[in-house]
Design a protein around this ligand. Structure first.
Ligand code: PLP
Length: 441
């Protein structure tokens, strides 16, 4: 093709448009414009595209490349395991060393009574698995009607039929209309209603009200992210998670923490729930468990759930070909070793302060920047027409998109959360190895 005068970049773009249907992308725009960036290399918090331009990866790609790009130790761990035993099944009682060692390690890091892990290949599978484990647990406890799952607005739990149904962002339901009846959305979130304040005007949208309406006998679990990512960087206010956990306990409902983004240091604690001393019954992890170097997820479960499940004397008909993938688990082990060795969680806490300084500067110098927020290195802000009067931009103005576009021209990749009309949120979540100088830049 080069001899015919077509550059490699143009060739790739044409092939991409023709053969590759992209996830969470506007197909019509993609067919017109082609790929925005074709990534080719990465180093630390920076990535290079195929033209040789370098960008700061301000969102760790999909909040997952936590140790940054080009981490050779992770690559070496993968190579070592791949050349020894790349893959081994965990079905039918088979096992492998990296899967066992990683299970022990993750459980040792996890809060409270979380005592075993069920492996998956990613976040959606983890949440689907958590839902199934919750239902099965109640089934084994003689309560087979406890099947429904409550999730909240602006949540993102994945894109499979199960996890996608729990996702509380409407845009993810217009695709193939996944919104079945066993997952109920409590419309409001992060309010005082959960601690029992029925005078709160949002009461009818609360989880508490939803439990009253549906009946706790029909509900298996409540699922929640400690900090909502894709839905717009919403940090649970102090006391909220604890109130929801207590509410669940009072009603014999399991509490699932979706730590797919928050887990493994992102919030300045090893797990997001630790910011509020909450121990969930089930905890979904993925992304940061390998820093994105290999596809892996898992669900941690309480001792009570584990002990109930291990009494089951028939086949537990659930699992994925890549559950307990040796190479992925070897990468996960190395990833956790580096997180501890290099005091990554501590760095995240320090960088939160640097980010907040930057946000203060933005607020002082840009009248549209408001509601800046950060917990560790998951952070963001809103853009509003009039922040003092709390007036959003007119829906015709895609302010967050415009800002992200300008940043992109300046070689900084950010993310917007503007699935809902009128919302203009910028998300910033750089790799956890980010330095003070990086943040200043
Ligand atoms: N849960 C949360 C909080 C997420 O942010 C994501 C993905 O962004 C998922 C679940 C789904 O994970 P995956 O895309 O690996 O299936």
């Amino acid at each position: 093709n080069l001899s015919q005068g077509i550059s490699k970049v143009d060739e790739l773009k044409e092939l991409d448009k023709k053969y590759y249907l992209h996830p969470t992308t506007v197909p019509k725009a993609f067919i017109e414009n082609g790929p925005k960036i074709i990534f080719s290399e990465g180093n630390g918090i920076r990535v290079k595209d195929i033209n040789g331009d370098t960008y700061i990866d301000g969102v760790s790609m999909l909040w997952n490349v936590n140790l940054g790009h080009g981490q050779k130790e992770l690559a070496d761990a993968a190579r070592k395991q791949m050349t020894k035993l790349a893959y081994g099944s965990s079905f039918y009682g088979y096992s492998n060393e990296p899967a066992v060692r990683l299970a022990e390690k993750v459980v040792s890091l996890a809060p409270g009574h979380l005592s075993a892990i069920y492996y998956t290949s990613g976040g959606s599978e983890s949440n689907d698995t958590a839902f199934k484990l919750a239902r099965f647990y109640w089934h084994l406890k003689g309560k087979p009607n406890k099947k429904k799952i409550i999730s909240i607005s602006n949540s993102y739990h994945g894109a499979t039929i199960g996890a996608g149904t729990a996702t509380g962002i409407d845009a993810f339901h217009s695709f193939a209309g996944s919104k079945d009846s066993d997952v109920i959305h409590a419309k409001a979130h992060l309010t005082n209603c959960e601690s029992g304040d029925k005078s709160d005007p949002n009461y009818e949208k609360s989880i508490r009200y939803t439990i009253e309406k549906e009946g706790s006998d029909a509900i298996a679990a409540v699922i929640m992210e400690p900090v909502q990512g894709a839905g717009g960087i919403h940090i649970a206010p102090d006391g909220y998670l604890k109130a929801v956990k207590n509410l669940c306990e009072e009603n014999n409902i399991l509490f699932i923490a979706d730590e797919v983004i928050c887990g493994f240091g992102r919030t300045g604690k090893m797990f997001g729930v630790e910011n509020w001393d909450v121990v969930p019954d089930l905890m979904s992890v993925a992304k940061g468990i390998t820093s994105g170097y290999s596809q892996l997820g898992g669900v941690l479960m309480s001792e009570e759930i584990r002990n109930t499940l291990v009494e089951y004397d028939q086949i537990l008909g659930h699992g994925f070909t890549y559950s307990g993938h040796p190479t992925a688990c070897a990468v996960g082990l190395k990833n956790l070793e580096i997180i501890e060795r290099d005091h990554i969680v501590e760095n995240v806490k320090n960088m939160e302060q640097e980010l907040k300084k930057g946000f203060k500067y933005l607020e002082e110098n840009h009248v549209n920047v408001t509601k800046t927020r950060a917990l560790g290195l998951i952070s963001g802000f809103d853009l509003q027409q009039d922040r003092d009067a709390d007036i959003p931009f007119d829906q015709s103005i895609r302010a967050a998109q415009e800002v992200a576009e300008e940043c992109y021209k300046r070689k900084l990749i950010l993310r917007t959360a503007d699935f809902e009309e009128g919302k203009n949120i910028i998300a910033i979540a750089p790799p956890l190895i980010t330095t003070k100088e990086d943040i200043e830049e």
